[in-house]
Design a protein around this ligand. Structure first.
Ligand code: B12
Ligand code: SF4
Length: 434
């Protein structure tokens, strides 16, 4: 087992060594239907290896706006080496590769580990001579547990070489019209329920501006017109990071649509950022808010992140530039042992009144996090699958209530998106929740 997480902030080799924005933008825009995977990769030499990238068994809730970024980065890395690379989804077999030399199996959520185990076993049996490596989020959070999958190697954390490469979504067997981009790793917050600091260490590493510009330009020239940002803290030092990234892209006439799926921290919002979002095709943005209750925020270790005051301000800035609040999603945790029904309802009410999309996130304890560590031994002994966020019930919580709250949010959001009804006005007052 190898642990290859690097301390954040360490000088990394830059992806610019391979993809310079100026070179990338000189390439013609490609129609996504007619691309060759290798079209914009540098010349390579050396012995070709056959590399199989495997997406584990799909779960119902792995939706259509999701992508295994890590696997797609490993794909680019091997393409740059000149290897033959193919991406399959479990249980399919490759069409171009006869006998793979290396099989990379990725993993995402810890509670889906059974699909990962099944996948590793399937490909190990099918290709006994290949080296099967397991990596990704589950493998990093639960490396000992992941040994049970039976892979030849488990890689914890970042792939040391692949981490600097842009993901290549053209490797996917079914084309998607978007590419995920992580402009940074880590977060300046340290919330007790979150695993980000286990995955990336404490603090934040922001990739150089030109490197990110190069990556997005490359995806754009490939014909991908939607960039999904997955960062945990994308607005940190915005004036040195996301603002110059977007401005430089505009200067280069690279103008995709942007979607911010990683919840931003409202405390970093400024009028300038609101204007930037408005003027640069930010079609969807999200914030991590978590609760209106100061007490709950303190227990979450989020007190320093600004709370309601910061979100009020952020939304005011967005309103001032006429940004469509129906395209703003606010995530908030529900079902933590120290949350009350009263504070969860108050949080939903506050968000609905603001006219934004309210998105309750039911808590699933993530091994290694502080909130997980506080649980009883009895709960910790449960199978990881039983900690699935849709089913897990923390001590003191009520399943029926949490489901009702989730439904209430869904109805409020529908009202917000498809009509001008505010469920907290006159005759609608309270109907959805009480
Ligand atoms: C963006 C994001 C999402 C997006 C989707 C992401 C996507 N890729 O499509 C959305 C918004 C949809 C989402 C939703 C949820 N998410 Co989320 N999400 C993230 C986030 C911020 C990034 C995930 C990601 O794609 N990372 C990219 C990684 C995989 O790529 P990478 O680091 O560049 O990859 C390197 C290494 O991982 C390694 N590697 C990767 N694969 C492999 C394979 C091999 C073989 C090798 C050798 C190496 C290797 O090498 C790569 C290159 O260096 C993470 C937190 C984080 N910062 O990672 C949370 C995170 C994964 N989410 C989490 C959670 C809880 C959720 C939700 C359940 C929230 C909720 N409570 O409702 C939902 C569930 C969605 C579902 N369908 O079940 C948790 C997971 C906890 C767990 N139990 O596993 C995380 C860790 C955040 C947290 N709270 O701590 N999420
Ligand atoms: S602010 Fe978000 S990403 Fe950062 S530690 Fe808290 S929950 Fe995790």
């Amino acid at each position: 087992m190898s642990n290859i997480n690097q301390p954040i902030g360490i000088k990394q080799k830059s992806v610019l060594d391979f993809f310079e924005p100026e070179k990338v933008i000189q390439q013609p825009i490609i129609n996504i239907q007619h691309v060759s995977e290798n079209i914009d990769l540098p010349e390579t030499t050396g012995d070709k290896k056959s590399i199989l990238l495997v997406e584990p068994e799909k779960y119902k809730s792995w939706g259509s706006n999701q992508q295994h970024i890590g696997l797609l980065k490993i794909g680019t890395y091997h393409q740059v080496l000149g290897d033959l690379v193919e991406y399959v989804t479990y249980p399919n077999y490759p069409k171009k590769i006869n006998r793979p030399d290396i099989i990379y199996v990725t993993s995402m959520f810890t509670y889906w580990y059974k699909g990962v185990w099944k996948t590793v076993q399937h490909y190990k049996e099918s290709y006994p001579k290949a080296k099967v490596i397991l990596g990704g989020i589950y493998a990093t959070l639960c490396p000992d547990h992941a040994k049970g999958a039976g892979a030849d190697e488990i890689m914890i954390g970042q792939h040391p070489e692949a981490k600097i490469y842009p993901p290549n979504p053209l490797l996917l067997p079914e084309q998607q019209d978007f590419a995920y981009c992580m402009t940074s790793q880590g977060c300046t917050g340290n919330c007790r329920f979150c695993a980000t600091h286990i995955l990336y260490g404490h603090g934040i590493y922001q990739r150089p501006v030109d490197e990110v510009v190069g990556e997005i330009s490359l995806q754009y020239r490939r014909g991908i017109n939607k960039i999904y940002f997955g960062d945990d803290d994308i607005l940190y030092k915005a004036e040195e990071h996301i603002i110059p990234i977007i401005n430089k892209l505009t200067m280069l006439n690279v103008k995709p649509e942007f979607y911010v799926y990683g919840g931003m921290q409202a405390r970093w919002m400024t009028p300038e950022l609101a204007k930037l979002f408005k003027e640069n095709k930010f079609k969807f943005i999200s914030f991590g808010f978590e609760s209106v209750s100061e007490e709950v925020l303190t227990k979450m270790n989020r007190k320093g992140l600004g709370g309601q005051l910061a979100l009020d301000k952020a939304l005011d800035y967005l309103r001032a530039v006429d940004f469509d609040l129906k395209s703003v999603m606010i995530f908030f945790m529900i079902g933590l042992p120290y949350q009350t029904e009263k504070d969860m309802i108050a949080t939903l009410r506050y968000l609905v009144k603001q006219g934004v999309m309210a998105e309750p996130q039911r808590w699933a304890p993530i091994p290694g996090t502080l909130d997980y560590n506080d649980l009883s031994d009895e709960i910790k002994k449960k199978d990881l699958e039983e900690l699935y966020y849709k089913d897990f019930l923390a001590p003191g919580q009520n399943d029926e209530f949490l489901k009702k709250l989730k439904n209430a949010a869904r109805y409020c959001n529908m009202g917000c998106r498809y009509s001008n009804i505010n469920v907290f006005d006159n005759e609608y007052q309270g109907i959805m929740i009480d």
